[in-house]
Ligand binder design. Structure first.
Ligand SMILES: *Cc1c(COP(=O)(O)O)cnc(C)c1O
Length: 495
């Protein structure tokens, strides 16, 4: 290597590090959404080495890279064990929970080519990935309101099944409220009509089996439940694997068959895929394999005891903080907090960020108030007291700050927008009205953090409150316009 190249690479290495400075920390247990931290640094290091070592390997052809097939089958076997799967069960590694869900829906649709206008029955709390599947695959989502306990209503779901239904869904647990649906009843209703039942255990699938083993009350939801035909479980959540890995298991090979795609209708190699991706990096497969085997069954049981230790302590501690409470006692490792009228949940999120804890705002939905979401990690356990103290003082600060006032002019502007037509002009108008326009284009336009277009405030309560006033369709449209604006090179968020 020339000296010039060496110097260039070391500059880039430093730059890769400095680019990450504004990101949320992925370690340390203070980020309570998006990342899941086992707290086991050495395991993480091995998993990252595995990602790096296999980053260039291609799962497109398992005969060319038999290592990846081996690791995939090992991971499926491990999952089958904890999910009470019968010997007939099969599985596939995917890029994430959304892809697992997409494939479950696509398989259900394609198992019934005779159904001309297919639909699926979802509890209203099902993950947005199902709405994405509906959008991609033309499978109508029939939403059934959940009961007052935020769990799916099996009678109402049974009643919603009709001749067009190709799939019925339950969550273990739901992301927004952290409770497990009554899978036994939902799956029975599906089975009675000969319909597939998918359990979305993307976020609970790797902890609930261990929770049950530890003697916690976990309602049945695995393949042990008759009528459950497929389960999704994310490795990159509570298996504490690096990002980019989830599993989709089917009860039998024939249930999985429609998931496969082959095409010999061109002059190149016959394309043969089990997932939506074709070229598929070996990195996440090897990273997940390394994490799962490094932690192992006993390790997951210990981590599950830790994470539930944190969940229990947080739930107990929240009860002592005036102004906030849990929406519902959690069945799993997710906590949703609701506030009373004395404090604003979005302000609490901002105040928590000031105290170096990232918690996630959840906008109001139907008649459910806005909430604060916490995905608790094993690494959060040693920080429980700090977190509770931060929450108590955040609630106090939110009280002192008072209700978030949305400027009536901005609210009126937003309300006047047509979700179907938010173009550049409308979005510029919104930014201007909200005072979010960054410094105009200038000579240093290309310098990160100083470019034109967007100036993200460090406090998001006003923005969230504004979104909260909007209809779901308008929220989607405004946020799409926002993302579209972010993803223009040369225009980077500042602030
Ligand atoms: C996270 C999650 C998903 C989607 O998974 P991604 O990995 O983000 O694509 C689906 N369902 C539930 C319940 C989840 O928590």
């Amino acid at each position: 290597m020339t000296d010039d190249l060496t110097e260039h690479l070391s500059h880039l290495r430093a730059r890769l590090g400095s680019l990450q400075e504004d990101d949320l920390p992925v370690h340390g247990g203070r980020t309570l959404a998006y990342v899941y931290d086992s707290g086991l640094g050495a395991v993480d290091e091995l998993a990252r080495e595995a990602v790096a070592a296999y980053a260039g390997s291609n799962g497109l052809d398992p005969t060319a890279f038999p290592s990846l097939l081996q690791m995939e089958n090992d991971l499926v076997a491990f999952a089958a064990g904890i999910l009470d799967a019968p010997d007939s069960a099969v599985g596939t590694i995917t890029s994430g929970g959304t892809e697992s869900v997409l494939l479950a829906v696509q398989s259900a649709r394609d198992a019934h080519p005779e159904v001309t206008s297919p639909s699926m029955v979802l509890p209203s709390t099902a993950h947005a990935a199902f709405h994405k599947a509906a959008h991609y695959f033309g499978v109508r989502a029939v939403l059934v309101p959940v009961g007052p306990d935020f769990r799916a209503d099996p009678d109402a779901m049974a009643a919603a099944i009709d001749d067009s239904t190709v799939l019925v869904v339950a969550s273990a647990p739901s992301y927004a409220h952290g409770v497990v649906d009554p899978v036994t009843e939902v799956a029975a209703a599906a089975a009675a009509r000969g319909i597939r039942c998918h359990v979305d255990a993307c976020i609970g699938g790797w902890v609930l089996p261990y929770a049950a083993r530890l003697g916690r009350a976990v309602p049945p939801w695995t393949f042990a439940v008759e009528g459950v035909t497929s389960i999704s479980v994310d490795l990159h959540k509570y298996a504490y694997a690096p990002k980019g890995a989830s599993l989709l298991l089917h009860r039998t090979p024939s249930l999985r068959r429609p998931q496969y795609f082959a095409s010999a209708a061109w002059p190149g190699y016959t394309m043969l895929n089990s997932t939506m991706q074709s070229t598929r990096s070996g990195g996440p497969v090897a990273g997940a394999w390394a994490a799962v085997h490094a932690i192992g069954d006993a390790g997951y049981e210990r981590l599950t005891a830790e994470v539930f230790g944190a969940v229990d302590a947080l739930v107990a501690g929240v009860a002592d903080i005036d102004g906030v409470g849990v929406v519902v006692p959690p069945d799993s490792t997710l906590i949703a907090l609701v506030t009373d009228e004395t404090c604003d949940p979005f302000t609490i999120c901002d105040e928590m960020a000031e105290r170096d804890f990232y918690v996630q705002p959840q906008l109001s939905y139907g008649d459910q108030a806005a909430t604060v979401h916490l995905s608790v990690s094993a690494a959060t356990l040693p920080l429980v007291d700090d977190l509770l103290a931060a929450l108590a003082s955040s609630v106090e600060a939110a009280r002192a700050a008072g209700p978030v006032r949305v400027d009536p002019g901005i609210a009126a502007y937003v309300a006047s927008l047509d979700p179907a037509g938010i173009g550049d002009d409308e979005f510029d108008g919104l930014l201007e009205a909200a005072g979010l326009l960054g410094p105009g284009p200038g000579p240093d336009d290309a310098a990160p953090g100083t470019s034109s277009g967007l100036a993200l405030p460090s406090r998001m309560a006003e923005v969230n409150a504004l979104l909260d006033l909007a209809t779901p369709a308008l929220r989607e449209a405004v946020l799409v316009a926002f993302l579209d604006r972010l993803q223009r090179h040369g225009e980077r968020p500042s602030g």
